[in-house]
Design a protein. Structure first.
Length: 226
């Protein structure tokens, strides 16, 4: 039995009693994201990309974004669609940031790398991620990440290394962590970016495929977890 992360394996073990579960990353092909330009705060922009459903807690993101100084000229781009989109647009208006929040809707895969390249920081406030492909794509693009300290996100975001974690739904801490990156200088952004690129290497799709093939063949000496 395999799962994408150690956290998912722990949940499955507690629920079923199954032991010996292997945590094998879904993997990512980093090549489409490798050409992303260097991260910069010249035009500071935070990016969320994913389904706009409740468990993603995008409403928390919008509220945290509203705590930032409006004079900082920061844009929040929200890419994706879902059942919460209309209410999130209303919430952005209620929070007074509708003029600084861009709802881009669903975009084709061919436009993903450009969306990550526009961003100074990627944000993932979700409390239900068993891995988060979008976060992995952002890391492959060399983007710092601010994410909820929930489920499997801490496997990807190492606090202080390639971004920051915040307690789930803590708007004040979330806003503080966003501000840290959106006001960081070039040297600090480069450090965070390099760490994202380094940490994503263990999720390379070729490694994932090799591990699965080794399991299928029954290779005794093959890796069994990523």
């Amino acid at each position: 039995v395999t799962t994408p992360t150690r956290k998912a394996a722990e949940i499955l073990n507690r629920a079923t009693g199954i032991a010996g579960i292997y945590a094998i990353s879904c993997g990512i092909d980093s090549r489409p994201f490798a050409s992303a330009k260097a991260v910069s705060n010249e035009q500071p922009r935070a990016l969320f990309l994913g389904r706009l459903d409740y468990e993603k807690h995008v409403h928390i993101l919008i509220e945290a974004f509203s705590k930032l100084d409006s004079s900082a000229d920061v844009i929040l781009e929200i890419v994706g669609d879902g059942s919460e989109r209309e209410s999130l647009e209303s919430w952005a208006d209620e929070c007074g940031v509708a003029d600084r929040v861009v709802f881009s809707g669903s975009i084709p895969d061919s436009e993903l790398s450009a969306a990550y390249a526009r961003a100074s920081v990627f944000v993932m406030p979700s409390i239900a991620e068993l891995q988060s492909i979008a976060t992995m794509e952002a890391m492959a693009s060399g983007r710092p990440v601010v994410a909820a300290d929930a489920m499997a996100l801490p496997h990807l975001v190492h606090d202080g290394d390639n971004g920051y974690l915040f307690p789930p739904d803590d708007v004040e801490v979330f806003a503080d962590r966003l501000l840290k990156i959106l006001t960081a200088d070039k040297k600090e952004l480069a450090r965070l970016s390099e760490n994202s690129l380094y940490l994503i290497q263990s999720h390379d799709i070729e490694r994932t495929l090799n591990i699965f093939e080794g399991l299928y063949r029954g290779d005794k000496d093959a890796e069994k977890t990523s």
